[in-house]
Design a protein around this ligand. Structure first.
Ligand SMILES: Cc1cc2nc3c(=O)[nH]c(=O)nc-3n(C[C@H](O)[C@H](O)[C@H](O)COP(=O)(O)OP(=O)(O)OC[C@H]3O[C@@H](n4cnc5c(N)ncnc54)[C@H](O)[C@@H]3O)c2cc1C
Length: 264
């Protein structure tokens, strides 16, 4: 199988990680559970003891209109989906222009902005083990129970790209930092906000090495330059410890920690 060396200090959105060999998945049979599948690493904190990695090849980067549905390969970047929908006047995907990732990562995380989630218009997916209808999948806020690599997803096709929504999503992003991060660090606990809790326990802006919870949005763990995995982990654990002690709430990771000691 083909492999590629990827420098995760550049490839990952949080700019942390070493150069690692990544296997390229070109056929369903290439996958085995010894590998951890990555997308474009916008929600991943790469550790110093990472598992074996695999990534979909370019073969899965495509968008097709078939029988009044939209079929999108799981390696397709969100920016490409947004541009395609704008160009072809397709509705419901305006929000993905502000969600960095590949289609596979977006579906696996049920990524979204407020009530706009990728599952809203999903019909079915194809995985290395066959097809799954939406009704076969348990999903919720930033959660699905999909166990196999997603190769393609099919969506309802509706026309009417809405520029007003693009503006609205852009405004929603204004409180997010532009400093390298992996998106939200923790899931919002029911009825509360992880960012509020982190701020309440005095961790907003506190530096561990070059890592901190952002001044702009305390649930974003940001790399201010030369942040390391160890700095990131020590802040994550400190936040969990303090929030549990003060509020009796266990903050659950939203980011994926790819290290044999912490894998989630
Ligand atoms: C600045 C910033 C802002 C963000 N804002 C938001 C936001 O508002 N809302 C939101 O929901 N997310 C947000 N995110 C997080 C990120 O956009 C999403 O989680 C996105 O889905 C990650 O896609 P990816 O391809 O980079 O996946 P990765 O980060 O590479 O992987 C994430 C998870 O998806 C799994 N995965 C990836 N590809 C596949 C596949 N083909 N099949 C099965 N599993 C797969 C991986 O195994 C991993 O568990 C933000 C991130 C950043 C950096």
């Amino acid at each position: 199988m083909k492999t590629k060396n990827i420098d995760f200090s550049k490839f990952s959105s949080i700019n942390i990680g070493e150069t690692l060999e990544v296997t390229l998945l070109e056929n369903s049979n290439d996958f085995s559970s010894n590998y951890y599948l990555i997308g474009s690493c916008n929600n991943i904190l790469m550790g110093t003891q990472p598992p074996k990695l695999i990534k979909l090849s370019k073969k899965y980067d495509y968008i097709k209109i078939v029988d009044n549905t939209l079929k999108i390969g799981a390696a397709t970047p969100s920016g490409k989906i947004a541009s395609f929908c704008k160009k072809n006047n397709i509705a419901n995907f305006e929000f993905v222009s502000h969600l960095p990732g590949t289609l596979g990562g977006l579906v696996y995380m049920n990524a979204g902005l407020k009530e706009y989630e990728i599952f809203n218009n999903l019909l079915c997916i194809s995985t290395t083990k066959g097809h799954m209808q939406k009704s076969d999948i348990n999903f919720g806020y930033r959660f699905t129970d999909i166990k196999e690599p997603i190769l393609e997803a099919t969506f309802t096709l509706e026309y009417g790209f809405d520029e007003e929504k693009v503006k609205l999503f852009k405004e929603m992003r204004l409180n997010q930092p532009s400093t390298p991060s992996a998106g939200s660090c923790f899931k919002n606990p029911k009825g509360d906000y992880a960012g509020r809790l982190i701020e309440a326990v005095g961790l907003k802006g506190v530096l561990h090495g070059d890592m901190s919870f952002s001044q702009e949005h305390a649930n974003f763990l940001v790399n201010n330059g030369n942040g390391t995995f160890d700095d990131a982990i020590s802040l994550i654990e400190e936040a969990q410890k303090r929030v549990y002690k003060e509020f009796n709430i266990l903050l659950e990771y939203e980011i994926m920690i790819l290290d044999k000691r912490y894998i989630n």
